[in-house]
Design a protein around this ligand. Structure first.
Ligand code: FAD
Length: 470
């Protein structure tokens, strides 16, 4: 009987678990994507991610047409749209790739129940990670909450079974696609604005993902050192493509391993692979400990009293808008606001600054990143914030407090990154730019004085965190 493949965060027509299995099951195979109204309702009209998804769907529909399939794009509550569409197409099974976000799990359970009530079924496959849920556990069968043992166990599993990264082909089974015409509402019909993604350096779709990876391959060998400097394009910029599945994790992992075997990945290959493992580490943390969405992974950290009230709100606004008076923090926040991307080093620096210099609850910063980051991923964002706040699994100890000036001197030594976002500091020398409040008055017109003094804030933070020791 007919089947329906429901695309969500897997916007590609190659190496795709759900598509592969649906096509192998026979056919005819229909394909659909739902702009989920409850999710869209909470987003600004010029959301870059909606524009990215839309453009990626245009490409996906074209690619499916090449394979004699088509894509039906709908707008509504997926919990109603998918069961209705399955009925309309008389599809006995709906194939999906698993999503480990608690909200997605709840949605999928609701869809599965509605389908079951009509004698249909939802079949889910692992696709967006190499190892999911409980596939990597300790000897005692428990989830691993420290990264290094998790990584070692992850690598061991893949070494023993390299087929975990083998492609799940689509094209050889394309005869099973149901022919037809794709339907795709415009962004305007969805109530969203066009966004110039090229202006922020983003190319959507499978072509964008492939181009980003191709550009990164020569940078793999020096990645271990280059990745820490925001002024250098030393990282892959693949997070957005991993988020929406316009690249295949299996393809990335396979390619890195092949390059390493041929001696072409240098030291950087293993370091980059470890970053991909961090992604899976946080996904399984979220899966096993879904309470981290609201609470500290280490419960004692929820005893901390954060700053609240008008003064805290004003400091939070200064942080959001890049007006803290700390150039590296401000340039990073401007990068986030203007492009939707922020370099990993700067995510650590700005998160630490909010929590440990301003004393503001990590959840507020996490929510701001969730709104702004193109690559926003609940598991990684929550993991990153709880790492910075020291409340997470395998987080940095609470008494380790980034010094925003030292971080700036170390990772943007000549101020090139800062100057790209703060032209009012363009004339300052490499020595001057990291702490402009030390300069003679009038040197930095239009740039604010620091909202807090780091040394004072540091003492306050150590006192604030003392409750975790009791
Ligand atoms: P690369 O350095 O090329 O790394 C390759 C891939 O590995 C990334 O695309 C990403 O998928 C994964 N990765 C790298 N570092 C991490 C990490 N620390 N944790 C989990 N996965 C990682 N990443 C997100 O994808 N979405 C988020 O919402 C997110 N929020 C973060 C919030 C904070 C406070 C911090 C400290 C980190 C956050 N990260 C998040 C992780 C990391 O900063 C980004 O994945 C990375 O900067 C993306 O750039 P890239 O693709 O060039 O990375």
């Amino acid at each position: 009987s007919a089947t329906l493949v429901w695309f969500r965060r897997d916007l590609r027509a190659f190496d795709h678990a759900a598509l592969h299995h649906a096509l192998q099951a026979g056919g005819p195979v229909y394909c659909a994507f739902v702009f989920d109204a409850p999710i869209l309702a909470g987003l600004p009209r010029d959301d870059r991610r909606v524009a990215f998804i839309h453009a990626s769907l245009v490409e996906l529909a074209a690619e499916l047409a090449q394979l004699n399939g088509h894509l039906l794009v709908r707008h509504g509550d997926a919990r109603e749209v998918i069961p209705a569409l399955a009925a309309e197409l008389d599809a006995g099974t709906v194939f999906v790739n698993e999503d480990y976000d608690p909200a997605a799990i709840a949605r999928d359970e609701a869809v599965a129940a509605a389908l079951a009530a009509a004698g249909r079924s939802l079949q889910a496959y692992k696709d967006q990670v190499i190892l999911a849920k409980s596939e990597v556990l300790s000897q005692a069968g428990k989830p691993l909450t420290v990264f290094t043992p998790y990584k070692n166990a992850w690598l061991k599993k893949l070494n023993l079974d390299p087929a975990l990264a083998a492609p799940l082909h689509v094209e050889p089974h394309a005869a099973a696609f149901a022919p037809g015409r794709s339907t795709l509402p415009s962004l305007a019909q969805l109530g969203f604005a066009e966004v110039d993604l090229a202006a922020v350096g983003v190319t959507p779709g499978m072509t964008g993902g492939a181009a980003a990876f191709e550009a990164f391959v020569p940078k793999l060998a020096p990645y271990g050192t280059a990745r820490d400097f925001p002024a250098v394009q030393g990282t892959s910029q693949l997070s957005l493509h991993l988020r929406f599945g316009t690249v295949s994790i299996r393809h990335l992992v396979r390619t890195v391993r092949e390059l390493a075997e041929r001696g072409q990945a240098g030291d950087g290959g293993a370091v980059w692979l470890a970053e991909l493992v961090w992604r899976e580490f946080y996904q399984q943390i979220l899966f096993h400990f879904p309470y981290v969405v609201q609470s500290a992974f280490k419960p004692v950290y929820d005893r901390i009293e954060w700053e609240t009230g008008a003064e805290a709100d004003a400091l939070f606004a200064a942080w959001c808008e890049g007006r803290t008076g700390y150039p590296l923090v401000d340039a990073a926040m401007l990068q986030l606001n203007r492009t939707g991307f922020m370099h990993n080093r700067l995510r650590m620096v700005t998160a630490s600054f909010l929590v440990k210099d301003l004393g503001i609850d990590w959840r507020r910063g996490e929510a701001y990143f969730a709104l702004k980051l193109n690559d926003y991923e609940l598991a990684s964002n929550n993991g990153g914030w709880q790492w910075a706040a020291s409340s997470g699994c395998d987080a940095q100890p609470f008494f380790r407090i980034f010094n925003p000036v030292t971080q700036s001197q170390k990772f943007d030594p000549d101020g090139a990154f800062i100057k790209a976002f703060l032209p009012q500091l363009a004339r300052l020398s490499a020595q001057e730019i990291h702490a402009p409040w030390l300069l003679a008055p009038g040197r930095t017109p239009g740039y604010p004085a620091p909202v807090v003094l780091h040394d004072v804030a540091r003492q306050r933070t150590l006192a604030r965190y003392a409750v975790v020791k009791k």
